[in-house]
Each structure stands twice: as structure tokens, then as C-alpha cells.
Design a protein. Structure first.
Length: 325
């Protein structure tokens, strides 16, 4: 029995400068560039087997068989790999996250990054980081940022090849931590895929896009200089701008729950009192609180005191996607 197989692991990432809005849906060219940090400790592990006897692509995610849109997104990457690797076999894909599903942490970034790496290696392709990142991007924009390690910038680009992510600093460059305050474990009512499509209905999106280079420059410099206050300020403004676009879209998208705002206010107060902390929020109510690793326990304990906080997960800067067999 002929088979080609590989297993890869990848971390999710948290964006400091967010990607919101898509210019080309077919190949996920974003409306703006973005910057993120990979999250060590949280990971997706994905095994791809191209099998001669397999009739069609099959996806098992955390033990559940997934069909329709979830499977279509997987096949999009597999189709690209089959074409490049000259393989006609369908594949069995088994993916697992070590973080709880419904914890509010998006698994699409880590899942599709691990899939891109595992499938390309299984097919005998030896893609370099840029090409792997472009490949992962086809099915999930943020997945392109989970291919390289540490602190990562996704270059917007204009076509498949020029839109990819690269590392701007390795994981050990800066001892930061992300304390993730979970306030709601339910699936979001509008996923980011549908949300991206509404971005242009907000009149604020044009202004947000026009100002992107400025925010990217400040964020990149803050990371390179390890300037926490500069990072904190730009990260919070960027998150607020994205949520401003979401709230002013038609129909409007409100991702926050009451405890979300409570945490944002507490974080601002803690920073005013001298604790280096900053918040950023994705397309959901949970709050990512960035701090120095030495303050991880304090921040996590303080977050747990806030009414409505169900749990706090923490992560430090993570490495690149890698093959494990
Ligand atoms: C708000 O690339 O995660 O997290 O993979 O289609 O779910 P899907 O979209 P995704 O969108 C990310 C949106 C964001 C901001 C960001 O991570 O940059």
C-alpha cells in the first residue's frame, strides 16, 4: 500500500496589529499588513496521509469528522500541494489542539499552519518558509503568521507569492507573555470569515487601512527596541480601531461581553499604576493581556479576581511550525 505521510505542530498567534478585511477572497490577500506573536504552550498537531486507496479527503478534528466548509478549506491546501508534488491521492487529515476547543482561542491559525507544513512534506516538497506561509494563507489568513517563529510580520503583498509572513525577531528576543482571560466559551455568532467580508461596509475601514503603515512601523520598532509602553499604546489603539470598524459595519458586529470592557478598564488602571500590561481583543469577547514574563503570575491572579473571568490561559513567545516525525 502506497502512502505518503508527515506530522507537524504549529502554535496559534496573537496579533498586535490586526488583519481585518480581505482584498482578494480567492487567495486571502488581506486589506492590510499585520504583526503578531506566536503562543508557545498552545499548539495544533496535524498528521496528513496521502493514501492510494483513499476516495476523497477526510478531516478529523479533535476526534470529530468534519465536512463542508471546514473540509473545503483543508482541500484547498491539499489541492495546491497535490499539483506541486504531482500526487493524485486523496488524504486523511487528523488534527488535534492541546488547548480546549471553545476556549475562545482560534485554532484556524495553528491548524492550517500545521496542515500546510505536514501536507507539503508528506508530498515530498521542500518549501521554504515564505512559500509555506503563502500556502497556509490560502485557507486562513492568520495561519500564514504561524509558520515563522517568534514575532512575525505578514507582508500584505498583492499576489500569492508576495503575500507571506516573516519573522522580525526570534521567540527569545523579548520575554513577553500573553495572559488570556476567558470570559465566554461559546462559539462566536459571526466567525472571522464572515466578519472580514463586512469590513468594507464600515466607513471607518478606509481610514483604518490608510493609517496601517504608521501603526506597523511603531509596532515593529517597539518590538525591536523592547519598548513596552510604545507597544502597549499602539496595540490597544489598533485593537480599538478594528473593533470600531466591526461595531460600525452593517450589520454591526459587537464581539464584547460586559466583562470584556471591565478587563480593558482594569488593564488601563494597572498600567497607570505602573504595571506594564496591555490588552488586545480578536473577533470574540476574550481578552489577551500582554505583560512581561516576570509579571505573568500577578497579572493572571489579578485577572481571575475580575467578575466574569472563567479562566486564564498563559503563553510565552513560540517558535515556528515544525515537523515532528
Ligand atoms: C480578528 O485569519 O483567523 O483574529 O482563519 O478565516 O478564521 P479565519 O480568519 P483569521 O482572521 C483573524 C482576524 C483577527 C485579527 C488577526 O488575527 O489579525
Amino acid at each position: 500500500m502506497e502512502k505518503f505521510t508527515a506530522t507537524a505542530v504549529a502554535h496559534p498567534n496573537i496579533a498586535f496589529i490586526k488583519y481585518w478585511g480581505i482584498k482578494d477572497h480567492e487567495i486571502t490577500i488581506p486589506a492590510n499588513g499585520s504583526i503578531s506573536m506566536n503562543l508557545a504552550g498552545l499548539e495544533s498537531k496535524t498528521t496528513v496521509e496521502f493514501l492510494a486507496e483513499q476516495q476523497s479527503d477526510q478531516l478529523t478534528l479533535n476526534g470529530k469528522n468534519i465536512t463542508e466548509i471546514g473540509l473545503e478549506r483543508v482541500s484547498k491546501i491539499l489541492d495546491f500541494v497535490r499539483l506541486a508534488g504531482k500526487i493524485n491521492f486523496a488524504a486523511k487529515v487528523i488534527s488535534e489542539n492541546n488547548f480546549p476547543t471553545g476556549s475562545g482561542i482560534a485554532s484556524s491559525a495553528s491548524g492550517f499552519a500545521a496542515l500546510a507544513l505536514a501536507s507539503s512534506v508528506a508530498a515530498g516538497l521542500n518549501l521554504e518558509t515564505n512559500s509555506l506561509s503563502s500556502l497556509a494563507r490560502l485557507s486562513s489568513g492568520s495561519a500564514s503568521r504561524s509558520i515563522p517563529g517568534g514575532f512575525v510580520e505578514w507582508i500584505q503583498g498583492e499576489d500569492h507569492k508576495s503575500s507571506y509572513s516573516k519573522s522580525i525577531a526570534p521567540p527569545d528576543h523579548w520575554k513577553l507573555a500573553d495572559c488570556i482571560a476567558i470570559v465566554n466559551q461559546k462559539h462566536k455568532p459571526i466567525g472571522s470569515l464572515a466578519g472580514h467580508q463586512l469590513a468594507n461596509t464600515s466607513p471607518l475601514q478606509t481610514a483604518r487601512i490608510q493609517d496601517t503603515e504608521r501603526r506597523l512601523d511603531i509596532c515593529r520598532q517597539a518590538i525591536l527596541n523592547k519598548d513596552f509602553i510604545a507597544l502597549a499604546e499602539i496595540m490597544e489603539i489598533d485593537s480599538n480601531m478594528m473593533h470600531g470598524v466591526m461595531m460600525s459595519s452593517s450589520p454591526s458586529l459587537f464581539y464584547w461581553d460586559p466583562p470584556t470592557l471591565e478587563i480593558m478598564r482594569s488593564v488601563a488602571e494597572w498600567r497607570n499604576n505602573g504595571l506594564p500590561v496591555a490588552y488586545t481583543i480578536d473577533a470574540g469577547p476574550n481578552v489577551h493581556v500582554i505583560c512581561n514574563q516576570e509579571n505573568m503570575k500577578t497579572v493572571s491572579d489579578q485577572l481571575k479576581e475580575i467578575p466574569g473571568v472563567i479562566n486564564v490561559l498563559s503563553a510565552t513567545p513560540g517558535g515556528p511550525a515544525k515537523i515532528i516525525n
